[in-house]
Design a protein around this ligand. Structure first.
Ligand SMILES: [Fe+2]
Length: 148
């Protein structure tokens, strides 16, 4: 059981590391301002997730994996910021399901508390990613009806 939990936590760690890297790459292309601050906040949330997951893995007797995922490259390869955010939101939704799977197991209180917080932050950030991606798409589209 503990081995399964450690493997699941390591899969989440890999996803969170990729999320942080993808956001870092996106931030590098965004001019300073309010929008960039929001991306910075999301990147910091991913970093906090990584730290928390590393702690949980160690508490459960495991070793944090250092593996890099190819996901970052896939995100950066998208055509624009909206597409990148949309893909990031899909991946973070996978993280949400992964958190739920681990929460279904018997956990130490600290790990459970951390995962519940991580879940709440992910719900909020996924909603923001989707909303921002949709807003960027609308801005990029030509007006359907020209003003008269
Ligand atoms: Fe995440």
């Amino acid at each position: 059981m503990a081995g399964d939990v450690v493997a699941a936590l390591n899969a989440l760690l890999e996803a969170e590391r990729s999320g942080a890297q993808a956001l870092r790459a996106m931030i590098a292309e965004i001019p300073r301002g309010f929008a960039r601050n929001e991306f910075e906040k999301a990147r910091r949330d991913e970093s906090v997730s990584c730290l928390g997951l590393i702690g949980a893995i160690k508490r459960n007797g495991g070793t944090p994996r250092r593996r890099q995922s190819e996901f970052t490259t896939r995100v950066i390869g998208q055509e624009d910021l909206s597409a990148r955010l949309w893909l990031l939101a899909r991946a973070q939704t996978w993280v949400l399901h992964g958190i739920d799977a681990v929460l279904a197991e018997a956990l130490d209180p600290e790990t459970e508390q951390f995962l519940r917080e991580m879940r709440a932050v992910h719900e909020r950030n996924i909603e923001w990613f989707n909303r921002t991606a949709a807003g960027l798409r609308r801005t990029a589209e030509p007006a359907a009806v020209a003003p008269s």
